[in-house]
Design a protein around this ligand. Structure first.
Ligand code: C2E
Ligand code: CA
Ligand code: CA
Length: 574
């Protein structure tokens, strides 16, 4: 009898323990504010736990019910979720997907984990489901904010460039005109000095709101910077919308702007127009040329409108002297290479160097590539210069690798014109061959300007280079049209976040939003990220915290002549 009692007590105790365990189990699940699916391969049974019923009004007991779960998910996400749920088929052990639930319009994150036994057979599977709706909408809102200028509510420059690029593409098809009209408030500095920055901003804001009234399907406007606006007008019907808008602007500025402190202020504006196809096919160039025309208008007395024409550009380019000197320099090979180290953010280990060309003038002065590269691109001498740069950098790389014995990445800047040359790929491969350098040790930095004209042809060429193993890096990211859908299609390895973001990342919250969004995207697409122009420890710490992979900038090192780089290499060896 006592034996029986003992057994009974034991059973009770076990039961109690079990109930306790179960309670604990449920409490843990509930407090995790998540739902769980648990699948035991042994029993071929699925259980639902935690907040499951908050998200779904049915239970999942077997694999058939999983189909019901998939049906609840918005179509574009179904396949991804299916793949994650049946992860064991691929032999992987974890996956994470984010899906929109059709009816409830909530976003759920499914994190799947499969456990395997010693012989590699799956034993258990846990799906951890969390509601990330708030997070998702916040991200979207932030991204949305990143498209607009907070002062005027007009588009910001980046987004404007992107839309303008679309206009140009449409105009190519419909053989129509796209006008880019830059509008610059005259003597705005004086306004600012007289009224102060706050009222100055108010004026900009009011003028922006006025321009917004013209925006419709074929007209967009953006606040470029300080007192400068840009509008793009796609005119398939040829209705001279540009002239109409200019007339309306003139009408408006006859009246004063009334500011909140009661001040009435009269302004004049200088307007420059550049049109596709006459001025350029590239969105960025159209904006730059319109800006160039504005300078012209300002120089000839302000308060009027001018249209772009070739002589204006020629005048501008009449850094004639610079041009002749540059030509001589090409013949004399008066160039030299500097190299700027790049470091892995977390470990501060050396990742590689970027090759930056320098022009040594006759009197020994260094002429910055910022000055002469644009001219060299204009007159074509970038092609011979670029060839020399490639040969020199590859040769230097081969020497260093032999000398110091460790591989790193040599990044070389390539201009659009150079890249478009038919024999570019052959040329590069020959040089690599000659110096016995592996393609994977070389990275080509390209800017979006390379892509603008002929995306398909260029991305084919990139694919070819990448098939050879050459790394491709997208330079100055964020300054061009940076279309996200393009990025997905591009065969690139690395993305360089432009210095202009890094400059303001500590002071401007919206820059931080954009930088973080860019980084998230870079991660999602599986690229590597480089921040360039990092000058301050604070910037470095922030970039490290938000997961930027690589850092380049004066904080770590300026571009250096080869002997100085060697000292760094020697240091890396110890
Ligand atoms: P980039 O490709 O964006 O190169 C980065 C520029 O930022 C370099 O200027 C570099 O010296 C500078 N920089 C790097 N870190 C910092 C920093 O922390 N603070 C500041 N203020 N600046 C920093 P650099 O060498 O004057 O080159 C200017 C541009 O000229 C380059 O911009 C690139 O577009 C072009 N370039 C330079 N070398 C070549 C070349 O060999 N071929 C071609 N096609 N273009 C080149
Ligand atoms: Ca670069
Ligand atoms: Ca750059």
């Amino acid at each position: 009898m006592s034996e029986l009692n003992y057994q009974l007590d034991l059973l009770k105790a076990m039961n109690q323990k079990l109930t306790e365990k179960e309670r604990m189990y449920h409490m843990v699940c509930d407090s995790a504010e998540s739902a769980f699916l648990y699948f035991s391969y042994d029993k071929n049974q699925i259980s639902t736990l935690g907040l499951w019923r908050d998200y779904f009004d049915f239970d999942v007991r077997d694999t058939v019910d999983l189909q019901r779960l998939l049906d609840e998910v918005d179509e574009p996400y179904q396949l991804e979720l299916q793949n994650a749920l049946f992860l064991d088929k691929t032999g992987n052990d974890s996956a994470s997907v984010e899906c929109l639930i059709k009816e409830r319009r909530i976003w759920l994150q499914f994190r799947v984990r499969v456990y395997y036994d010693h012989s590699g057979n799956p034993t258990d599977k846990v799906v951890h489901i969390t509601n990330i709706t708030k997070q998702r909408y916040k991200d979207e809102e932030l991204l949305y904010m990143a498209y607009y200028d907070s002062l005027t509510g007009l588009y910001n420059r980046n987004y404007f460039v992107r839309l303008l690029t679309e206009y140009v593409r449409n105009a190519e098809e419909s053989r129509s005109v796209v006008s880019v009209m830059n509008i610059d408030i005259d003597e705005f500095n004086k306004v600012n000095d007289k009224l102060g920055l706050v009222l100055g901003d108010e004026l900009v804001q009011q003028f922006g709101l006025f321009l917004k009234e013209f925006c419709q399907d074929n007209v967009i406007a953006c606040h470029l910077h300080s007192d400068v606006f840009s509008m793009a007008i796609y005119d398939p019907a040829g209705t001279r919308t540009t002239e109409h808008i200019y007339k309306e602007i003139r009408k408006r500025i006859k009246e004063p702007f009334r500011l909140s402190d009661g001040t009435e202020i009269w302004i004049t504006v200088s307007v420059g127009v550049a049109e596709y196809p006459e001025a350029s096919h590239s969105a960025l160039e159209l904006i730059n040329y319109a800006e160039l025309v504005v300078y012209r208008v300002k120089a000839s007395g302000r308060n009027s409108i001018q249209y772009f024409n070739a002589p204006i550009l020629d005048d501008f380019m009449s850094s004639v002297e610079l041009e002749t000197r540059l030509k001589q320099a090409v013949t004399n090979k008066d160039f030299t290479m500097f190299y700027q180290p790049q470091y892995y953010t977390g470990t501060r280990r050396l990742r590689g160097v970027e090759a930056l060309v320098r022009w040594q003038g006759q009197n020994g002065e260094m002429i910055s590539p910022g000055t002469f590269i644009p001219v060299a691109e204009q007159n074509g001498s970038i092609v011979p210069i670029g060839k020399w740069v490639v040969e020199e950098s590859v040769k230097q790389y081969a020497y260093w690798r032999n000398q110091f014995g460790f591989p790193f990445v040599m990044s070389i800047n390539i201009s659009a014109l150079q890249y478009k040359k038919e024999d570019f790929v052959d040329f590069l491969m020959n040089v690599l061959n000659q110096y016995q350098v592996r393609p994977s040790e070389i990275e080509l930095e390209i800017t979006e300007s390379v892509l603008i004209d002929d995306f398909a042809a260029v991305s084919e060429k990139l694919k070819l280079l990448r098939n050879y193993g050459i790394r491709i890096s997208l330079d100055d990211f964020g300054t061009g049209f940076s279309s996200l859908s393009y990025l997905k299609k591009l065969p690139i390895d690395t993305l360089k976040i432009d210095k202009s973001f890094i400059d303001t990342v500590m002071t401007d919250p919206s820059t931080r939003v954009i930088t973080e969004s860019i980084l998230n995207m870079v991660k999602a697409l599986g690229f590597e990220s480089i921040a360039e122009g990092v000058e301050e420890e604070q910037q470095y710490k922030y970039l490290n915290a938000i997961g930027c992979d690589i850092i380049q900038g004066y904080l770590f090192s300026k571009p250096l002549p080869p002997v100085e780089v060697e000292k760094i290499f020697a240091g890396s060896l110890v």
